[in-house]
Design a protein. Structure first.
Length: 188
């Protein structure tokens, strides 16, 4: 029996003072039954952190197992010729998929989360992934991902403020200061 995705609607207000980007974006998100609220909200946070003209959620990538790993990211930005400028993955992707993404895109960003699982994933993949010039890996704290997962609901009114490297992400009266740890910084 096939399960249908649950549709979430979000209005996301972004105030990125560091990049002088101020927009309100209406998002329609498909949450596959295999996807958690935590992963869904990390995808939205990643969108807010990289928001720009042309950034979009990849088509067909609704949850684990729907397409082959590495074919499409969670989010991407393509230029007018179809080249991938930015490839964003959420979670703990296979290192082969990341290397393939690094060959396809100008810049690749992975938002890892999961506490000790993310730490073990990084230790196992650090040697190979550390060789990529166009890869950034960011680890989100458990406190951050749990707090933003608690905000998940089918109709969201979110805001994200970025100033001097500090990030606040919220829904209504609830606001969380986002804790990021850069594990690997893009060399290009």
């Amino acid at each position: 029996m096939a399960f249908n995705a649950t549709i979430y609607k979000a209005v996301l207000q972004i105030a990125n003072l560091d990049r002088n980007y101020y927009q309100e974006r209406a998002l329609t998100l498909a949450r596959h039954p295999s996807e958690t609220d935590e992963r869904l909200m990390v995808r939205v946070l990643a969108f807010a952190l990289h928001a720009s003209e042309g950034l979009s959620f990849a088509h067909g990538r609704i949850g684990a197992g729907l397409i082959k790993a590495g074919e499409e990211p969670d989010l991407w930005k393509k230029n007018l010729t179809g080249e991938v400028e930015l490839w964003i993955e959420v979670g703990l992707p296979d290192e082969r998929a990341i290397r393939k993404a690094c060959n396809r895109a100008q810049q690749v960003v992975v938002y890892a989360y999961g506490g000790h699982k993310a730490d073990r994933w990084w230790e196992q993949n650090r040697g190979v992934l550390g060789q990529a010039n166009n890869l950034t890996i960011v680890n989100l704290s458990n406190e951050t991902t749990r707090a933003i997962a608690a905000m998940a609901q089918r109709d969201l009114k979110l805001n994200c403020t970025i100033q001097d490297g500090h990030i606040w992400f919220g829904e209504g009266e609830e606001t969380v200061e986002v804790e990021l740890t850069v594990m690997l910084k893009c060399k290009t």
